[in-house]
Design a protein around this ligand. Structure first.
Ligand SMILES: NC(=O)c1ccc[n+]([C@@H]2O[C@H](COP(=O)([O-])OP(=O)(O)OC[C@H]3O[C@@H](n4cnc5c(N)ncnc54)[C@H](OP(=O)(O)O)[C@@H]3O)[C@@H](O)[C@H]2O)c1
Length: 355
């Protein structure tokens, strides 16, 4: 093995609210250690980290409280912290990977991870698309936006997308437009609304606007009601949008980001509206659709090439930590997704270029 050691982030303690991403404090969420790399066992791969995907989902993995049977990953104190990432194979005892391959999958927050071959999603196919596509537009978040819309809506539907400037929302907006829907985004600022309209949405409304419901109604056009709500926010916003649903409309519950700081904020109170409007509320987890990833890849690639889906730097926020001394900032780069002032787009952390 040519590489002898790696810097690795471990979970120091689980969080109740937001994580403390400072290092070396009594309540630090993470700790950084340098450790020796062990020789590879059978069917293992040594991967050099290139990019990490920063996802709100990871907060659920390290939280004290979680949902029973939700099937979500958990990370406990003393275990390496990680997430979805893109890396380059340095050494492999697995038949399907060889040094130099670019792979994605579950990687530790480390310079190098030793992973079981099964923890990798696969090699990045040769493509004219930028490498980062496999962590953004055709990564977990892009696929969430895709499967949250494709097969769920029909041409001519009125669709509302919440958190529309975020990584999943921005893809959901564009897929719904590509399928011929009238699309209205919701975000937390007028500036972000401009971004969403720039993606092709017919309209976008700032959820802080005191006339939110009236403006959404207008934005829905002649119909004035919403056939399909792609929701990643929950709580008060969901309560409000429920009043705008078409009779027999469908609400796809993809996330509940309003409860990330305080879980009580994600609770829904407008239950009678579900009865009055005969609504269907459907929970969604992207991993249920993995058998259709190839089809999604083909469609998304075609739409990117046709200019219907943006896949350039305007939908990415790349935090560059390639400088050796910046490695310790990995938790801070991740925590940007929990910041109220998060910029539009998918947040990625860059550690290195492929060799
Ligand atoms: N079910 C699944 O399979 C699946 C898969 C991936 C992600 N998700 C979920 O989808 C959600 C979005 O993920 P993402 O990767 O798109 O995140 P992201 O890129 O970090 O974007 C999240 C957006 O949420 C908005 N937001 C944050 N707090 C809010 C609040 N209190 N009220 C309203 N909007 C708020 C922010 O924009 P504003 O300026 O608009 O507030 C932010 O841009 C998360 O809840 C995540 O867990 C679910």
């Amino acid at each position: 093995m040519t590489v002898k050691e790696s810097r690795v982030f471990y979970l120091n303690q689980q969080t109740e609210g937001l994580p403390n991403v400072e290092l070396g404090e009594p309540n630090s969420t993470f700790r950084l250690v340098t450790e020796e790399l062990q020789p590879l066992k059978e069917n293992e791969v040594l991967v050099k980290s290139l990019y990490f995907s920063n996802d709100p989902l990871q907060l659920g993995w390290i939280r004290k409280a979680s949902y029973e049977n939700a099937g979500i990953r958990r990370i406990f104190p003393g275990e390496p912290m990680g997430g979805f990432g893109l890396g380059q194979v340095i050494e492999s005892t697995a038949d399907q990977y060889k040094p130099g391959d670019i792979v994605n999958g579950a990687l530790n927050w480390a310079d190098y991870s030793i992973v079981k071959a099964g923890a990798l999603t696969g090699k990045i196919p040769d493509s004219s698309l930028p490498l980062t596509t496999s962590l953004s537009t055709i990564g977990l978040t892009g696929l969430t936006g895709y499967f949250g819309i494709y097969g769920q809506v029909k041409e001519g539907d009125t669709v509302i997308v919440s958190a529309a400037s975020g990584a999943t929302g921005l893809v959901a907006v564009q897929v719904a437009k590509a399928l011929g829907c009238r699309v209205v985004g919701i975000t937390g600022s007028d500036e972000k609304c401009k971004f969403v309209v720039g993606l092709g949405a017919d309209a976008c409304v700032n959820y802080n606007d005191p006339e939110l419901i009236e403006k959404l109604k207008q934005a829905l056009g002649e119909k004035g009601t919403c056939d399909f709500f792609y929701d990643t926010v929950g709580g008060e916003l969901l309560d409000k949008v429920m009043t705008l649903m078409t009779k027999n409309g469908l609400i796809l519950v993809v996330g509940a980001i309003s409860g990330f700081k305080d879980v009580t904020k994600m609770y829904v109170k407008n239950w009678p509206q579900v009865i009055a409007s005969r609504l269907t509320i459907k929970g969604f987890i992207v991993s249920d659709y993995l058998h259709k990833v190839e089809e999604a890849r083909v469609n998304l690639t075609k739409w990117i090439q046709e200019g219907k889906i943006r896949n350039d730097s305007s939908v990415l926020n790349v935090i560059d930590l390639t400088e050796e001394s910046k490695f310790a900032d990995i938790p801070k780069a991740w925590a940007l997704i929990l910041d109220e002032n998060k910029k539009p787009g998918k947040v990625l952390t860059k550690l290195a270029d492929p060799e």
